[in-house]
Ligand binder design. Structure first.
Ligand code: ITT
Length: 197
């Protein structure tokens, strides 16, 4: 069954394709023009469902086969920052660039005189199709540091170290991150769901 991905984040899409390698995953913007989706939910789950439903509504009329729309709403939750950036991870610095967002987390920790804090990544994966709407979560627990390391991955990967590891997600290769990440955990559950729906 075809999976249409409701995401405009190219690096996120690469990870999702890698993880769901046995499925046919097509980005919605390869089928219809990309459009803006207002993510005004109050949780990762609400935002994931907003994205998947928005794309489902646009794509439904042009499909002549069964399909699911899949979305991912994710972010970094830092203990010492009271849970920030959380659902605002993509636009924490206002301008929305990965580097500026990461720098803001580092600056806020430094303002507190802290050079590391417990943190976790959360991914809400939603699927919307003719059989209904579903959402599951995956988590990756660890800590953030104030000295970025590594060139792989995206977003906050250079400052996140997974529990029981000493390198950041950005120092890991794709395969290693993709067997530990919040996205991998939530997509594991999605694959189980898809088997039974
Ligand atoms: P779409 O909504 O189009 O999918 P987006 O980048 O806006 O793309 P989100 O609203 O889910 O996606 O925001 C997620 C942000 O959280 C993302 O921009 C990163 O800054 C951060 N993030 C999520 N997963 C991450 C990961 O695996 N590694 C590093 N940072 C991550």
């Amino acid at each position: 069954m075809k999976i249409i991905l409701a995401s405009s984040n190219v690096k996120k899409a690469v990870e999702i394709r890698d993880i769901l390698k046995t499925f046919e995953v097509v980005c919605y913007s390869d089928m219809i023009p990309a459009f803006e989706i207002v993510e005004n939910g109050k949780s990762f789950q609400e935002n994931a469902l907003i994205k998947a439903k928005a794309v489902y509504a646009k794509i439904q009329g042009i499909m002549n086969e069964s399909f699911w729309v899949l979305s991912d709403d994710s972010g970094l939750v830092v203990d010492a920052l009271g849970g920030e950036p959380g659902i605002f991870s993509a636009r924490y610095s206002g301008e929305g660039s990965d580097v500026a967002n990461l720098q803001k987390v580092i600056s806020k920790l430094q303002e507190k005189g802290i050079n590391e804090s417990r943190a976790y990544f959360c991914a809400a994966s939603a699927i919307v199709g003719e059989k209904g709407d579903y959402c599951v979560h995956g988590f990756a627990y660890g800590k953030v540091i104030t000295t970025p390391r590594g060139q792989h991955g995206f977003g906050y990967d250079p400052i996140f170290i997974h529990t029981n590891h000493s390198v950041t997600f950005a120092e890991m290769d794709r395969l290693q991150k993709n067997t530990l990440s919040h996205r991998f955990k939530s997509l594991e559950l999605i694959q189980i769901l898809l088997r039974y729906l």
